[in-house]
Write a protein that binds this ligand. Structure first.
Ligand SMILES: [Zn+2]
Length: 97
């Protein structure tokens, strides 16, 4: 059961309930559930955005003869990994067809 389903059931039950204190308790429960839904939606979007950002290949920064990860201070001297071993950023080494 997710929050939307719980809210739906509570609202159905509210139709049968006539005691005002119980109705108020139901209303509070719905409010709390709706807040949880909002927080969940926000965190999912942020996690998704962070993951998507690192899946887009970025050019490494060049400092002398060292290549540096565009997302963290990790330095690649000779190896050219597809993903940064420190932060998971995908690296564009500029050798694609
Ligand atoms: Zn990195």
């Amino acid at each position: 059961m997710n929050e939307s389903k719980a809210i739906k059931i509570i609202k159905q039950e509210m139709g049968w309930e006539s005691k005002s204190s119980t109705l108020r308790a139901f209303e509070e429960a719905i409010k709390a559930l709706e807040e949880v839904q909002q927080y969940r939606a926000i965190s999912t979007t942020e996690e998704c955005r962070a993951a998507m950002g690192k899946q887009t290949a970025k050019r490494p920064r060049i400092m002398g003869n060292a290549m540096i990860c565009p997302s963290c201070p990790r330095c690649f001297k000779s190896a050219s990994p597809t993903y940064c071993p420190s932060c998971g950023q995908m690296i564009d080494w500029g050798n694609e067809e």
